[in-house]
Design a protein. Structure first.
Length: 305
């Protein structure tokens, strides 16, 4: 961006930061520097920002809680947008034998799960222990233990790239493994701003117990005390990425400060000071070695910018 554009961006949005180190905004604790980051929970401000970005032809990306991203390169031009929101702003209403819960895309997924427990609502216990934001979880159709967030979505509110509001029903969205596609994509870019979940009444104590069990399973099976972006590769149909990586003998493999976790092979971890290039380099070596061993080319689940 030129000087005029930087000044206009600062006048347009209340929370703008320049030259942001993305290592501080990623659970990998690795990443390059981006030209500008905007944090906003104001939908009018977001709409105005999207209109301005479109008019000025400036590159932009939306990130959630930073739990599934890696920004590569030393410096990336454009604007990264981080949505904000709080679980206390959730709205609840009854609809027949269901309850509709509205949550902002920028709110924490963990906070939403906790809010549902306190309000005796079931349906999201499978999301317990998954980091990141509600919007990011919807984008990835996040899930575990046979459940995905798309299973309980009723409606998604969005802004398109021109800042216009769009309502997407669950019938219009396409939910697949670790992906949610909205109408018009990828031709038209869409930003998820909030979602409506259809949940059932449940005993809060039982839901809390389910959540604790799911969190304990994650702690038992996944590496702890190191920085990562969770499962790095998508599971190929009928198999598990971790099994293929382990069978290829790649547990503990390193490139620079990045390592395939000895505990769970589908985790690439930052052992301390890893550069994005270390992680990408290790990713490519794992993909090629698994391809040579099994004939399967693994697809990253992590969003790489």
């Amino acid at each position: 961006m030129n000087r005029r554009q930087h000044l206009e961006l600062a006048a347009l949005c209340r929370n703008v930061h320049r030259d942001v180190d993305m290592a501080a905004h990623s659970t990998f604790r690795a990443g390059g520097v981006v030209e500008a980051m905007v944090r906003t929970g104001d939908m009018e401000e977001l709409a105005a920002l999207l209109r301005w970005l479109h008019r000025e032809r400036i590159a932009w990306h939306v990130i959630g809680g930073g739990s599934n991203i890696l920004v590569t390169g030393r410096y990336r031009e454009g604007v990264f947008i981080r949505l904000c929101g709080k679980a206390r702003d959730n709205l609840l209403k009854q609809d027949g034998d269901s309850f509709l819960v509205r949550a902002s895309a920028g709110s924490s997924l963990a906070a939403l799960v906790g809010w549902c427990v306190r309000n005796n609502l079931g349906g999201l216990a499978g999301m317990a222990g998954i980091p990141g934001s509600v919007g990011g979880a919807i984008r990835m159709n996040a899930g575990a233990f046979g459940h995905a967030i798309g299973d309980v979505l009723d409606e998604i509110q969005c802004l398109n790239e021109w800042g216009e509001p769009v309502t997407v029903t669950r019938e219009q969205a396409v939910f697949s493994y670790r992906c949610t596609q909205l109408p018009g994509e990828p031709r038209i870019r869409m930003v998820i701003t909030e979602a409506m979940f259809r949940l059932k009444a449940a005993d809060g104590l039982q839901v809390a117990a389910q959540c604790r069990n799911n969190i304990e399973r994650r702690r038992r099976d996944q590496p702890q005390g190191v920085h990562s972006a969770g499962s790095f590769f998508k599971n190929p149909q009928g198999d598990f990425a971790g099994r293929l990586i382990e069978q290829a003998g790649l547990k503990g493999m390193t490139v620079g400060r990045a390592m395939v976790s000895p505990k769970h092979a589908n985790f690439i971890v930052n052992t301390g000071g890893a550069a994005p290039e270390d992680i990408v380099g290790l990713m490519e070596q794992v993909r090629q070695k698994v391809l040579a061993y099994s004939g399967i080319l693994l697809e990253p689940e992590v969003r790489i910018y």
